[in-house]
Write a protein that binds this ligand. Structure first.
Ligand SMILES: [Zn+2]
Length: 75
């Protein structure tokens, strides 16, 4: 627990260009998994190793409903 390291990573769907963010968690044991695009069902990212991704969220570059500023986000 004390060694958990979480980092946010960004992924872009190769099929439709949708952007996603996911939280990467380092593990001491190997995990495998994959995440499929909710738009085109293409595999956005597949992983295998001592880390896991969770908390996948779709990202829109200029989301009108969120009201958040993305000007300081580097794509
Ligand atoms: Zn897609």
């Amino acid at each position: 627990m004390a060694n958990s390291i979480w980092t946010i990573e960004e992924f872009t769907c190769a099929g439709c260009g949708m952007n996603y963010t996911a939280t990467r968690e380092e593990h001491s044991e190997a995990h495998t998994g994959s995440f499929k695009c909710s738009i085109c069902s293409g595999v956005v990212h597949a992983w295998s190793g001592k880390h896991h991704f969770f908390g996948w969220q779709a990202v829109k570059t200029r989301p009108p409903v969120f009201g958040r500023r993305w000007a300081d986000v580097e794509w």
